[in-house]
Design a protein around this ligand. Structure first.
Ligand code: P6P
Length: 336
């Protein structure tokens, strides 16, 4: 049996051999991974753990919070606040940034996360996940930390990933030199490297979009999906399949594993908003992972990683996955 490589060994070798990640960043990633193990444990208990159903609260997005949303958020905050590698955190579940308490050492990294993405799937036992993104505190930003320090384009990320809680619990990570996947070995309690140098095929026959919003889409999206639906009799000359799990982590994991294109575009239900998904802790980490795996990720007009954020909970239109499909959809947007 080939030697098993743990997440820790993978990161130590990235740090030592490639000099790719400083020890503080390695420690941060390991703490996030341990947090994901705890979240996975709570998710897997389901009804037996009394963690299903909604809490009596809403998040900054105005969405009803699930009990597990709050539990996952607390796990990530409590695990990361004392280690000395972070200056502050931001979460989909918290209105404003969370400063590391003064009683703990301050670090140079900023951690952003959606603690439990896809939580509408929790109660129906469908895959959900944790998404995280790591930035560095801007040089010369002084002792304190403010929300403005977080407002950096996705191209500034130093680490990004997600953990999908499905039939397996799998951590998917990039530190800027490719994408690796680690499967949780529950007997050992450790993440084991199960795929390295992940690559997304440039072409695909599978698209992921919520078709119930069709009447609200802009023309370029309608054109693209219509051509897919025409199949081999249409201009694409091939039949397409459709998937929509309504859990971004699960849809992106499928695309990283076998290709495809994922779309949550602008639509006219909320015309003042560019889309439903959040830039800082959903679109940016997923876009970096997809690009690191040879795919593409745009908002229809520009790379998601080039978008300059103006607000912490800013939303963005998302088109990501197999490069040739994303390029085609982006071209349709440019043609109008
Ligand atoms: P809809 C989950 O709530 C989420 O943020 C993403 O994980 C998912 O892709 C999308 O929203 C699903 O949205 O409108 O299809 O329920």
């Amino acid at each position: 049996m080939s030697q098993r490589i743990s997440l820790t060994r993978y990161l130590v070798e990235k740090q030592r051999v490639d000099g790719h990640i400083p020890s503080q960043l390695r420690l941060l990633i390991e703490v996030v991974a341990r947090s994901c193990k705890s979240i996975s444990h709570a998710v897997n208990k389901g009804a037996l753990g009394g963690v299903l159903g909604s809490a009596d609260s809403e998040n900054v997005q105005g969405e009803v919070q699930k009990k597990l949303d709050i539990i996952a958020n607390e796990v990530l905050i409590e695990a990361n606040e004392w280690g000395g590698h972070l200056a502050a955190m931001a979460s989909e579940e918290m209105d404003s940034i969370y400063l590391v308490p003064n009683r703990y050492p301050q670090g140079e990294y900023l951690l952003l996360f959606d603690p439990l993405d896809g939580s509408s799937n929790i109660d129906v036992n469908v895959s959900i996940g944790t998404i995280f993104s790591v930035l560095k505190k801007p040089e010369g930003s002084g002792a304190g930390v403010s929300e403005a320090d977080f407002l950096q384009p996705g191209s500034k990320q130093v680490a990004a990933g997600y953990c999908v809680y499905g039939p397996q619990t799998t951590l998917v990570l990039t530190v800027g030199d490719g994408v690796a996947m680690f499967t949780l070995d529950r007997e050992q309690g450790s993440f084991v490297l199960t795929q390295e140098d992940v690559k997304i095929p440039a072409d695909t026959k599978e698209f992921a979009i919520n078709m119930s919003n069709m009447r609200h889409w802009d023309t370029p999206v309608k054109r693209y999906i219509d051509e897919c639906l025409q199949g081999k009799e249409g201009p694409r000359g091939k039949d397409f399949n459709m998937r929509w799990i309504a859990s971004m982590v699960a849809d992106v994991h499928r695309i990283l594993t076998r290709g495809g294109v994922f779309m949550y575009p602008w639509d006219k239900r909320e015309p003042e908003k560019p889309g439903k998904l959040r830039l800082m802790y959903e679109a940016n980490p997923m876009a970096w992972l997809v690009e690191q795996a040879g795919g593409a990720a745009t908002n229809g007009r520009e790379r998601i990683l080039d978008v300059n954020p103006t607000k912490l909970h800013e939303r963005v239109s998302v088109i990501l996955g197999s490069k040739n499909e994303v390029d085609r959809i982006t071209a349709y947007h440019r043609e109008g």
